[in-house]
Ligand binder design. Structure first.
Ligand code: GLO
Ligand code: NI
Ligand code: NI
Ligand code: NI
Length: 387
């Protein structure tokens, strides 16, 4: 495939995404293991901007010092020959048995401290490769039954851990921005901070709120039946969209992590549109994996496919913004009395008074045409490629 993505989009892949071997709770791997260097060659060939990793995607948890040095050497060489960056690093706080009942929210203070220490070391590792974004996904931070753990205390434990990570970030001068990733469930029956909005509120209670933002994932919000684009609007408005996990997902299912745009093309279109309209500038990271039946050759389609779909939808978004018929409709639909709009923008005494005393004819206001069938059909026709 000769097509190459535009570097301005900063497309990245986690080592665990392209490297996924097709294991699931019911089945064994269907693809051979790829080394970090082989993954770099694959996504580098596809034209990606960079790769991300959990500490143990790169360095196995029991690696010796000599093994660690060798892996780092090979990985550094692979990054270089593929001109790949490492914009984001993260920590695995879910695989090991020690985290069976949570990491930052374990009952055991020693487990909580071990989780914080493991994250410190993952931050060291990410910093070695230039990462400036650190994602925190609390996969095991939850419970199957609220008899097991007090969720109020779990919130406090989470806060303690995040405050320690911020202090370490300052002490080491790493300059990381932490991006918090919400998920409603899986692998736990219930996961705390189930949706992006929960984290947006929680951040304000931390010692260093400026250091924390969010890393929303399409699949996670769709599992909860939520509109992902609205979550993104909230994160953008709060200036907290530090990173994003792009993929796709049927609503209400387990975390399917499909190739971007493969399930809900229309939602993905509106997602790309909001990111581009509001000039999102952090990496566009694909947190998904190829179908379990796919082989190595097909993985290349998976890698390019994510990026191609994003770019095609970015082009459609651009066309939508310049399509004369669509824009004429948008103009009519959004038009209104400018003086009243101005009043609403201010909460001054004068505004409050004018609004309190104004007279409105609700019947006349209700008469305004909203040709939404027409606008949506034009949007669909643009998406289907006939406009
Ligand atoms: C799992 C999550 C996971 C995180 C990753 C980064 O559902 O999406 O892949 O994104 O651990 O921290
Ligand atoms: Ni996920
Ligand atoms: Ni997912
Ligand atoms: Ni994710």
């Amino acid at each position: 495939m000769t097509w190459k993505p535009n570097p301005k989009y900063k497309f990245t892949f986690g080592l665990w995404t392209v490297g996924n071997v097709g294991r699931d709770p019911f089945g064994l791997p269907t693809r051979p293991d790829l080394s970090p260097a082989q993954i770099c060659d694959l996504v580098g060939e596809a034209g990606a901007y960079g790769v991300n990793f959990h500490d143990n995607d790169l360095i196995p948890i029991d690696a010796t010092a000599a093994e660690t040095a060798e892996i780092k050497r090979d990985f550094t060489a692979a990054l270089k020959r593929n001109k790949l960056k490492v914009p984001m690093a993260t920590v695995n706080l879910f695989t090991e048995a020690v985290f069976k009942d949570g990491a930052f929210t374990s009952h055991d203070p020693a487990v909580r401290a071990y989780a914080v220490q493991k994250t410190f070391r993952a931050m060291d590792l990410g910093a070695e490769f230039g990462a400036k974004i650190f994602v925190l996904w609390g996969g095991r931070e939850g419970a199957e039954s609220d008899a097991h753990k007090d969720p109020y205390i779990a919130i406090q434990h989470t806060r303690q851990a995040f405050n320690l990570l911020a202090a370490y970030n300052i002490e080491k001068g790493y300059g990381y921005k932490f991006a918090l990733e919400a998920k409603p469930n899986e692998p736990r029956g219930h996961i705390y901070n189930a949706v992006t909005g929960s984290y947006l509120a929680f951040i304000q209670t931390l010692e260093h709120p400026e250091m924390f933002g969010v890393n929303p994932e399409v699949a996670h919000e769709h599992m909860a039946g939520l509109n992902f684009v609205h979550q993104i609007a909230a994160a953008l408005d709060a200036k907290k969209l530090f990173h994003i996990d792009l993929n796709d997902q049927e609503f209400g299912r387990y975390d399917q992590d499909f190739r971007f745009g493969s399930a809900n093309l229309k939602h993905c279109f509106h997602l790309v549109k909001i990111l581009e309209d509001y000039k999102y500038n952090a990496p566009r990271s694909f947190d998904c994996h190829a179908y379990r039946a796919s082989d190595f050759e097909d993985l290349k389609w998976f890698a390019s496919g994510n990026m191609r779909t994003y770019e095609i939808l970015a082009d459609k978004a651009q066309r939508w913004n310049t399509d004369k018929d669509i824009q004429a409709l948008v103009k009519k639909i959004t038009a209104g009395d400018e003086k009243i709009a101005k009043l609403l923008k201010s909460s001054s005494k004068a505004s409050v008074k004018s609004i309190a005393e104004a007279s409105f004819d609700r019947h006349e206001l209700a008469n305004k045409r909203l040709p939404y069938e027409q606008l949506d059909q034009l949007t669909m026709e643009l998406l289907m490629g006939v406009r």
